[in-house]
Each structure stands twice: as structure tokens, then as C-alpha cells.
Design a binder for this molecule. Structure first.
Ligand code: SF4
Length: 345
């Protein structure tokens, strides 16, 4: 599919036809009707961040009364609770702390990996990696390599938002550029890490910029091949600075979400897993996503703080996850970070 065809489909394809095409494509890639999910917990080791994205309601400044850095004991306790419910992954991210350098992160990752070797550390983001490199005066590749040595095997795709420097200049001017986001993921892949690819829509982007985003990801995957999955979610305006600056950017419709999801399944023909975002769309649109190309319902999210800061409710019992998948006619299976299947239900 070309970018021009993607724009055309996004603007004009009948809703249900687009969904049907995405479902057919999903069935070609995943003929056994299995929908996967992961049992994980988001651990935000700090909320201190100096990047100042305008769509973010989570970050705090160093001197804010809300500011925190979790001590090792608190992190350990959270992981023990996760293991007790059969969890396998921590999504481990912070804000971008202005004063923490590579040795802090190396020690942190080593501590977790040595104490909990069975837990996958799905850690940090291209934005954190770029800043750790800057403050430590080393390359991003060296940051990734040193964290890999300590036990971090995968990195989430956070910080991609829309891979258009026009949009980024408006909503997150201090974040890595689109080219740097792609470069850092390519470096991670070349070192043997897996990463996920993401997109946040509803930030004032055009359909052409969405098609460009898909195209950049498809090219990067063709080159470095380490994206395990693609995940879309929508901008959540509540409690964010952007809501005051751009009141015209409101909650995105389920229709728009499902169209984009279906299109991503069709365009990203070299990314096998498309993950539904029930956290921002609600659990029933999440479930409906399985008919619009998604083959993974994400995570049960024992704890999540970043989207929760905008007022979204977001944790789901494993039983409910299984129910949502089964009642849409699919077979639920727990997976790990690499999308290897662990257990069927
Ligand atoms: S989205 Fe991330 S990088 Fe941006 S301000 Fe929030 S915590 Fe910081």
C-alpha cells in the first residue's frame, strides 16, 4: 500500500469494509484465532520530568510536592505483587529526570534483573535513552548496550506520538525528533533488543502525517526488524496543558480509532502483532478492535499511572480479559514480552 492509498482509504473507505479487510489480513497472519495478552504492571520509577510535553498530566518538576523517585524496596514490593498474580513483565518508565545519569539506570536494571530474573524489563523509551546519553556524555547506542548487559531486553515505543516534526514542535518540542526516535529503535534492534512501535493520534495531525508515520515504521521494520507490535492510542485531554492551549483537540471517536487500527493492520504488513488499546478506548471498544485487525488485547495493567493522570480508569482482572476475548469468539492466551505464548484459557 502506498501513502496515497492509505490517505484515500482513511478518508473514504466504508467503515465496515475497512474493518473486514483488516480482519481478513489478521486471519491470514493469525489463522488459529488466538488473541494474546500479557499480565504486567507499569512501574513509573519517577514522575520527575523536565521535557514538558503539553499533552502530559503525569510529570512533576523536581521541587513539586508531587515529585517522587521510588526506592528499591517499593519497586521490589510491586514486582513481588505482580509475580503473585502470575505476571511476567514490568513496563518500567519514568519521566525524564534532569539529574540521573547512566550509572543510576545500570544499577537499577541490574538490581531488578538479579533479584527477579524471570521478569521481563520492558524499559524506558527513546526519550529517556536520548537524555541519559546526553547527560552521561556517551552515545545512545552505548546507553542501550550497557542496559542490555544489565538485563533489559526490550524497550517500549513511547514517545513516538506522531512521527512528524511539525506536530512534535507543537505538542512536545523538547522530545527527540522523529528521525532520532527511529534511529534509537534501530540501534536497539541491532543490539538484539526488541521494541514496540506506537502512535498517539488526536494531536492535530493530518491524514497525510498519519500515513507518513505508518510509512516510517514500515521502512524502519524492513531495515532493522525488531518491532514486535504496533499500538495506537488516542490523546486524552483531561488535566493536560494542551487542553487549555488547544481546546479544539478533544477526545477522539471510537470510529476514528477503529479506522486507524484497521489501516495500521493493512499498511504495516511487516509488523505481525497489532495491539488494541482498551485503556484509552474502553474495554468494549478494545474488544471490538479484535474485529478490526488487532490480535492482542495488551495488558491487564495491574498498575498504570500515566494515562490514569488524565482520569482514565485502567486495570483489568485476568478473568475479565479472558472473558472479553472468549466472548468475541477468540481463544485467549497469556504471552510474554516477545509475544511467545505461555498459557491458554
Ligand atoms: S510524556 Fe513523558 S517525556 Fe513528556 S512530559 Fe510526560 S513524562 Fe515527560
Amino acid at each position: 500500500m502506498t501513502k496515497e492509498e492509505a490517505v484515500e482509504l482513511l478518508a473514504r473507505a466504508p467503515f465496515l469494509e475497512l474493518g473486514k479487510m483488516a480482519l481478513l489480513r489478521k486471519r491470514e497472519l493469525h489463522p488459529d484465532r488466538v488473541t494474546t495478552f500479557v499480565i504486567d504492571r507499569n512501574i513509573n520509577y519517577t514522575n520527575i520530568c523536565h521535557i514538558g510535553c503539553k499533552f502530559c498530566a503525569f510529570h512533576a518538576s523536581v521541587n513539586s510536592p508531587r515529585a517522587y523517585i521510588l526506592p528499591y524496596e517499593a519497586i521490589d514490593r510491586k514486582i513481588e505483587e505482580l509475580i503473585a498474580i502470575g505476571g511476567t513483565q514490568i513496563l518500567f518508565q519514568g519521566g525524564v529526570h534532569p539529574n540521573l545519569a547512566i550509572d543510576y539506570y545500570e544499577n537499577l536494571v541490574a538490581h531488578i534483573h538479579e533479584k527477579f530474573p524471570a521478569i521481563d524489563i520492558h524499559g524506558f523509551s527513546a526519550v529517556e535513552i536520548a537524555y541519559i546519553a546526553q547527560i552521561s556524555q556517551i552515545s545512545t547506542r552505548e546507553v542501550l548496550s550497557r542496559l542490555l548487559d544489565r538485563g533489559m531486553r526490550s524497550m517500549p515505543g513511547a514517545g513516538a506520538e506522531i512521527l512528524s516534526d511539525r506536530v512534535r514542535a507543537i505538542v512536545s518540542p523538547n522530545k527527540v525528533s522523529a528521525a532520532d526516535w527511529l534511529r534509537i529503535h534501530g540501534e536497539a534492534h541491532s543490539l538484539g533488543m526488541t521494541t514496540s512501535a506506537t502512535m498517539v493520534f488526536g494531536l492535530g495531525e493530518t491524514n497525510e502525517e498519519i500515513a507518513m508515520h505508518f510509512d516510517l515504521l514500515r521502512r524502519q521494520q524492513a531495515e532493522s526488524g525488531g518491532f514486535t507490535a504496533f499500538i495506537i492510542w488516542s490523546y486524552q485531554p483531561d488535566n493536560t496543558p494542551l487542553a487549555k492551549l488547544r481546546p479544539d483537540l478533544t477526545h477522539q471517536s471510537a470510529n476514528r480509532y477503529l479506522r486507524l487500527l484497521a489501516l495500521s493492520r493493512l499498511y504495516l504488513d511487516n509488523i505481525k502483532n497489532i495491539q488494541a488499546s482498551w485503556v484509552t478506548q474502553g474495554r468494549y471498544i478494545g474488544q471490538l478492535s479484535l474485529k478490526f485487525g488487532a490480535n492482542d488485547l495488551g495488558s491487564t495493567m495491574m498498575e498504570e499511572n500515566v494515562v490514569a493522570a488524565t482520569g482514565c480508569s485502567n486495570s483489568m482482572a485476568t478473568d475479565e480479559m479472558i472473558y472479553l476475548i472468549k466472548s468475541s469468539g477468540e481463544i485467549p492466551m497469556q504471552r510474554n514480552t516477545k509475544y511467545e505464548r505461555l498459557k491458554g484459557f
